[in-house]
Ligand binder design. Sequence first.
Ligand code: GRF
Length: 221
Amino acid sequence: MVAVPRKPDATPIVVLVSGSGTNLQALIDAAADPAFGVRIAAVGADRDGIEALARARRAGIDTFVLPVTDFPDRAAWDAALAECVGAHDPALVVLAGFMRLAGPAFLARFGGRTLNTHPALSPSFPGMHGPRDALAYGVKITGATLFVVDEGVDTGPIVAQVAVPVHDDDTAETLHERIKISERAMLVEWVGRLATAGYSVDGRRVVPGSAPHPPDPKDIP
Ligand code: GRF
């Protein structure tokens, strides 16, 4: 069982991105309100020149970029990613459209406290093309899934899901854009809840607010 405790102050998170960063922007906007209880300590990416990094820089957030091709192999990249994220000492890591799999070194350090969002209703349609695959299958309802990252592809314990209708005239793009509206709202709601209330992961169940809180120093004899 993994327990991520509630933090008394704004909870530092690191967000990892690869693309347009609309999910990141939703978190940036939410974190502007101190009541949200979350501070984005840094934004990391596996490529430069993406809008997600521009969004972070405009918001004055520290950024780092680690292209896989700058490293001799995946293990070296994975270790460097763990180091860069760890330098910001986050309570949570949020993968928001980060198109890389976390490797063993990263999971050894951040397993249980890394969240990812996937534009499909897990366990259906894992992988890079959730909206396209849902459309091709002919489902009438799809959605988005927020989960705790494990070593699989979109297989980790589920934090939350949101359902989204498929329209008859949808393309993969229109469907994905509709999913992303609900996905962003779900991400903001649950990152805020988990960061401020803590949570436990017990097998496949994510239990919000159930982590032991750190003792108040004045209560320690
Ligand atoms: C999201 O739908 C996410 O689930 C998927 O890629 C999309 C990222 O969108 N992996 P954005 O970069 O946050 O706009």
